[in-house]
Design a protein around this ligand. Structure first.
Ligand code: GLY
Length: 377
């Protein structure tokens, strides 16, 4: 089945990336979102770090992430051309560092795991790390350099995506979607706060809010809250790192993602408290305490913003990319911690689905894996 008209529900990084690529390929695209580019994609840090965030047992996710980070430079270049503005990619790479002995043992285990998968990373001692990144403090005793793990300024990216979507001729309507409608066999439209709209093909990219949009998605995506801080280096303060720094501090992960303007994003907490986007005192305290032990100079920085977003968690931490339920329903959701990272691969995969040419690289993310387990319909 191929489609010529597409209704995209959700204007975060996934919805906008898919809408841009589909509209640029000639489809008639409408994007529906009550507040475009304002959810988890706006709160995100922008790490493109499949290797430094790798976890034993999540090889499927590592494979998707490595493939998507490989596509990121081309995606960013095409996006900048299409939007007429930068896409925000930073190519300085990532270091992952440890403080105490337990953290170093965990990094050694990560390095061993990655080597076992044929992904070599460079092990460095504390002094070597400080030569690379003088902002790292004396508590940092060892770590790994991963030049291929990149970063992007997510807000610069979102602005570029919105421009590219509009230039490609897609319509963006600020309206809330309550549910996707079908006649039992195929999609017929969407129910919105402004009434029902007909649709031939609906792509659900509504992040943590996706599960409520169609019975086939019920129970498959849940909100996973993350709190994040935005800091700015003040005049006279120690300069921020040039690479993304991911750290383990007494077993707790924290990361710092530099921006071109001297800003530094510190993230992120991870809790499951439903659709709660309040920033907590404890969350801010934990992030600042752990980040300062790794990057002591931040004590002199300005605290510019504290925000919380809802990652769309899936049952196995892999996204859901593909057809689900009635004919004409496509989903690109459940990206959990990896929405920004997986945007290029997701957009390629969705374009493939729309053309009737499935992308083999995303086979692990086929939502049919849950239908086979008795979920969806
Ligand atoms: N990708 C990092 C996070 O979700 O916090």
């Amino acid at each position: 089945m191929t489609y010529t008209r597409l209704t995209v529900v959700g204007a975060g990084v996934i919805g906008l990336s898919c809408a841009w690529r589909a509209a640029a390929a000639g489809l008639d695209v409408t994007v529906l979102d009550p507040a475009p580019a304002s959810g988890a994609s706006r709160v995100a840090g922008g790490m493109l770090a499949p290797v430094t965030e790798a976890w034993p047992g999540e090889e499927g996710l590592l494979g998707l992430g490595v493939e998507s980070v490989r596509r990121w430079p081309g995606f960013a270049g095409r996006l900048a051309d299409a939007a007429g503005r930068p896409a925000g990619l930073r190519t300085e790479g990532t270091v992952v560092v440890a403080t105490g002995g337990g953290d170093r043992a965990e990094l050694d285990a990560l390095a061993g795991y990655l080597a076992g998968l044929g992904r070599e990373v460079q092990r460095l001692g504390g002094r070597e790390l400080r030569r690379l990144e003088p902002a790292l403090g004396p508590e940092v005793r060892g770590g790994l350099s991963v030049p291929g793990d990149l970063a992007v300024d997510n807000r610069v990216l979102l602005a570029a995506l919105r421009a590219a979507v509009e230039r490609a001729g897609a319509a963006v309507r600020e309206v809330e979607v309550h549910e996707v409608l079908d006649d039992g066999d195929r999609v017929t439209g969407v129910r919105t706060a402004a009434g029902d709209l007909p649709a031939e093909c609906v792509l659900v990219c509504a992040g943590a809010h996706s599960a409520a949009l169609h019975p086939a998605l019920h129970g498959l995506v849940r909100p996973v809250k993350g709190e994040i801080l935005r800091l700015a280096a003040r005049v006279g303060a120690f300069p921020p790192p040039s690479r993304t720094v991911r750290a383990l501090v007494d077993g707790r992960p924290v990361y710092a993602v530099p921006r071109d303007d001297g800003g530094l994003v510190i993230g992120a907490t991870q809790t499951e408290t439903g659709f709660d986007t309040e920033v907590t005192v404890g969350g801010v305290r934990d992030l600042l305490r752990d980040a300062e032990r790794v990057l002591p100079g931040i004590a002199e920085y300005a605290l510019v913003e504290a925000a919380a977003g809802l990652r769309p968690g899936s049952r196995d931490n892999l996204p859901l990319l593909g057809a689900l339920g009635p004919e004409g329903l496509l989903v690109a959701t459940g990206h959990h911690r990896n929405g920004i990272l997986l945007a290029p691969l997701t957009a390629d995969a969705v374009l493939g689905l729309l053309r009737g040419e499935p992308e083999p690289a995303v086979a692990a993310a086929d939502p049919a894996r849950f239908a086979a387990a008795g979920h969806g319909r």
